[in-house]
Design a protein around this ligand. Structure first.
Ligand SMILES: [Zn+2]
Length: 291
């Protein structure tokens, strides 16, 4: 899940209120206190804070898997920048990304503004070509928060670095984020897509690509996610993640027909949809294995 209020004049607009005080100011100098990515540890506003080069991990009471979370955050940040944005991004994030780790689902719901079922959410404030605020809320009382949920939310945060003037389309934001999860997590969506494809009731590709919001009908929303991750997977396997992002940027300048011609040399969205559906029908086993 992600929420990204977008405006060129939106400073101060947030979708929720954290309810705790301002962060302590500390020097951002390498000061390792252990053999992980940690640079400093300190209490702040009722939280314990574990700080790395680009992240501040906040937690209450019982200590979660801080070293695992920190290493995944820093490692994935670099990997995702290379994989999708074709940048090494050696410059540190300013501001850092605040990651709030919750043992109590009620605390997660209250602070994130999302239902407990989401398990994780991210929110950014963007505008004027910059990300002004990065936050991830994560339930750590659930299994898989390091392996599945955190990589998904980190992907949303990294993508915002490129799409901080014009919001990334819904299909791409969720489709790309789901590709960061273990492939097994997509099996149910893949099955749904194949069943719906067989009945001819899938969402036309042009409608998917240009949708400004998710479908309100839960079944249709699931199909939207299934098609989004499938199409993103298809594009990446045919070319690369950076080509997919280039297509989105080109579409924001001149529409998707222009974008697929310009980036892939394919004759418009309808031709690309035919190719994707042929790929879907070609070899389901090889698609399911993931990468
Ligand atoms: Zn998401």
């Amino acid at each position: 899940m992600t929420s990204m209020p977008l405006s060129v004049l939106m400073l101060g607009l947030v979708s929720w209120i954290t309810g705790f005080g301002p962060f302590d100011v500390i020097a951002d100098a390498p000061n390792s206190c252990c053999d992980c990515a940690c640079r400093a540890r300190y209490p702040s506003g009722g939280w314990q804070v574990y700080e790395t080069k680009n992240f501040r991990l906040h937690y209450h009471s019982q200590e979660p898997r801080l070293a695992d979370v920190a290493k995944l955050c820093e490692g994935s940040r670099n990997l995702l920048h290379r994989q999708w944005l074709d940048t090494d991004d050696s410059a540190a994030w300013s501001p850092k990304c605040d990651v709030f780790l919750y043992w109590n689902p009620a605390d997660y719901v209250r602070s994130s503004g999302n239902s407990a079922e989401t398990r994780g959410t991210s929110s950014m404030e963007v505008g004027l070509g910059k990300v002004w605020n990065r936050r991830i809320h994560l339930r750590v009382d659930q299994p898989g928060y390091v392996e599945s949920v955190l990589p998904h939310e980190l992907t949303h945060v990294v993508l915002a670095d490129r799409f901080c003037n014009c919001q990334i389309p819904r299909w791409a934001d969720e489709g790309i984020a789901m590709l960061s999860e273990p492939p097994a997590r997509r099996q149910a969506l893949d099955q749904l897509l194949r069943q719906t494809e067989a009945s001819g009731a899938t969402i036309p590709l042009r409608e998917l690509l240009t949708a400004m919001r998710y479908p309100t009908d839960p079944g249709r929303a699931q199909l939207f996610f299934a098609q989004s991750v499938s199409f993103a997977d298809y594009v990446v396997r045919q070319s690369s993640g950076t080509h997919l992002v280039r297509m989105i940027e080109a579409a924001q300048r001149g529409g998707y027909d222009f974008a697929v011609r310009n980036v892939f040399g394919i004759d418009g969205v309808n031709a690309m949809e035919s190719n994707w559906r042929a790929w879907l029908a070609s070899d389901s086993d090889s698609h399911d294995k993931g990468n």
